[in-house]
Design a protein around this ligand. Structure first.
Ligand code: PLP
Length: 373
């Protein structure tokens, strides 16, 4: 129950256990072509979705190096660990990252982006998360997309590494120029694949961008993809697993998957609130995970530890400044109602062990009430 890596379905594991076919064979090209169509469906885009052999951060790095030049200015929303990562990548390559700092646990107001774009001329890119996985706060992607769309020289880049496949993200309709994702979150695969959809507007910027790049060369990947191939050796088994996952996603439909995630999220949030706990991102919580403030006198890391070691449920702690202050329960991907019930039950027992006064069963009851509706 952590925000990545998430559980992998048995069908996917079996598909990935098949003998490895060659990455330049017609058999593999046919699979890649099918996977590419499936990715466009999940990304809700007509644009190419590049497939990289990397963790999600590889696609984040490529979303900077392929589109900007040294000295360019970019807006970066920094409301947690992953927003900070956008800033760090920009700085590593000599891009001037203009940080819009958001208090951890809070969301960004679209007007802040609008004002920044108005006041500072020549911003080439706006980098945000769909939600900050480190805090659980969801950002208003659609509203920001509509704002950035009015600036023909500025691209809008969204890190949806743990958001794609959880809730609605309309890449094309919401004017997201580059949507980045990864395999090990809601796409229910092991770690190792990163994805990036790229709009025509972004390809226009790519033509004049001069930052150094080699492995994450998006133009090269695009050229190979047109021939149903990767620029280098594809992660064959992961792509075969992805083919299986995409089949299931298509069969279920995006709407049904989003509704399912919403229910799991609502039940988890109702459960922790019934235990007297507070959400870290109270005003705009993401449906992918639930970030919870550790009760007074209890260290969030101890909650993680007791749940894992005594009750066999793996959740995530806080990172950096939130370490010890919070703990996070993820419910995206291959997770069902009873995983949520088990997690809440382990949480109740763990909190009791740590000396927190609770009524056993109150969290489970609240979650079951959501599920019975
Ligand atoms: C998990 C995550 C990442 C990190 O991706 P890696 O696959 O570890 O490189 C980046 N951004 C967000 C929002 C994430 O949830």
């Amino acid at each position: 129950m952590t925000p990545g890596p998430t559980p992998v379905a048995p069908e996917t594991l079996l598909a990935m256990a098949e003998p490895i076919i060659h990455h330049r064979s017609p058999q593999f090209s046919a699979i890649l072509a099918e996977v590419e169509e499936g990715l466009k469906f999940v990304f809700q885009t007509k644009n190419d979705v590049l497939i990289l052999v990397a963790s999600g951060t590889g696609a984040m790095e490529g979303a900077v190096t392929n589109f900007l030049s040294a000295g360019d200015k970019a807006l970066v929303v920094r409301g947690g660990k992953f927003g900070e990562r956008w800033g760090a990548i920009c700085e590593a390559y000599g891009v001037k990252a203009l940080a819009l700092d958001v208090e951890w646990g809070k969301s960004i107001r679209p007007e802040v982006i609008e004002t920044a774009l108005k006041n500072e001329k020549g911003i080439k890119a706006v980098y945000i998360q769909a939600h900050e996985t480190s805090t659980g706060a969801k950002y208003p992607v659609e509203a920001i997309g509509n704002i950035v769309h009015q600036y023909p020289e500025t691209i809008f880049v969204v890190d949806a590494i743990s958001a794609l496949g959880v809730y609605d993200l309309k890449t094309d309709d919401w004017h997201v120029d580059i949507m980045v994702s990864g395999s090990q979150k809601a796409l229910m695969l092991p770690p190792g694949l990163a994805f990036a959809s790229v709009s025509d507007k972004a390809w226009g910027l790519q033509k004049v961008a001069t930052l150094p790049r080699y492995y994450f060369d998006f133009a090269k990947e695009r050229k190979s993809l047109a021939k149903n191939s990767g620029a280098y050796t594809s992660a064959v088994s992961l792509i075969v697993g992805l083919q299986q996952v995409l089949k299931q996603i298509k069969a279920m439909g995006l709407e049904a998957i989003f509704a399912r995630n919403k229910r799991l999220s609502e039940a988890t949030k109702a459960g922790v609130k019934a235990l007297g706990l507070k959400l870290y991102a109270e005003e705009s919580p993401s449906e992918a995970l639930t970030a919870i403030l550790a009760p007074a006198g209890i260290n969030g890391q101890d909650v993680v530890k007791v749940m894992r070691e005594k009750y066999g449920v793996t959740i995530a702690g806080g990172q950096d400044q939130a370490k010890g202050k919070i703990f996070r329960i993820s419910h995206m991907g291959y997770v069902n109602e009873f995983d949520v019930i088990v997690a809440l039950s382990a949480l109740e027992l763990g909190l009791k062990d740590l000396g927190y006064a609770i009524e056993l069963g109150a969290g489970v009851k609240a979650a079951e009430e959501v599920f019975s509706q």
